[in-house]
Write a protein that binds this ligand. Structure first.
Ligand code: ADP
Length: 193
């Protein structure tokens, strides 16, 4: 059914994005793509929520390990840690980063919202992120500099990576009554839906 193509994705402007005054710019990019905002709030994340947000599933551990290794290889560096060690280190860094200041948490809904949300945000390493993506337009972070500085890539925004992550993150950050099921007439024109 066509309705199955409508997804919800969790997007958060991390506190560096808030500090830099990019909240409006970031929201604009989701709105202009045709997604529908169904929940939004400012939250000062606690350690507990940061811990649950960065769940070290086998898939996440592998992804972090692979991306970190690939980035190291491209600058001629060697990573001696196992994937688990990389994931634990990055998770600790991320927990610190997420709890440093208030974030703007949102749920966006629409056709292919998860994939489209990732495209709008761009890849984790801003240095190589395509121009036109949020990370590509507003930051220049790299894995190498993050390593040297002993902190995660400060890349402005979080976007759910897949359906499982999106479902978990929506449930973690929002109560059901904070999510609004309003109808958008825009979709009638955009999708004849
Ligand atoms: P994304 O944010 O694009 O979903 P990941 O899920 O791979 O990226 O990682 C989550 C976040 O963890 C990244 O946005 C980045 O801030 C941080 N991160 C991941 N790997 C590293 C690393 N090797 N060094 C520093 N920070 C990292």
């Amino acid at each position: 059914m066509v309705k199955d193509l409508i997804e919800r994705t969790f997007i958060a402007v991390k506190h560096d994005g808030v500090q830099r005054g990019l909240v409006g710019e970031i929201i604009k990019r989701f709105e202009q793509r045709g997604l529908k905002l169904v929940a939004m709030k400012m939250v000062f994340p606690t350690e507990a929520i940061a811990d649950k947000h960065y769940v070290l599933t086998p898939a996440f551990i592998e992804k972090l390990g692979e991306n970190t290794r690939k980035a190291a290889a491209s600058r001629g560096a060697e990573v001696k840690e196992t994937n688990e060690e990389i994931a634990t280190r990055v998770k600790n860094w991320n927990m610190k980063y997420l709890t440093e200041g208030p974030v703007v948490a949102m749920i966006w809904e629409g056709f292919h919202a998860i994939e489209v949300g990732r495209k709008i945000v761009g890849p984790a390493e801003s240095k190589g992120a395509p121009i036109g993506t949020i990370r590509g337009d507003f930051s220049t972070e790299s894995y190498g500099m993050a390593d040297k500085l002993g902190r995660p890539l400060r890349n402005l925004v979080h976007a759910s990576g897949n359906k499982e992550e999106a479902d978990n993150e929506v449930a973690l950050w929002f109560k059901p009554e904070e999510i609004f099921g309003w109808e958008t007439n825009r979709w009638k024109v955009m999708h004849k839906y």
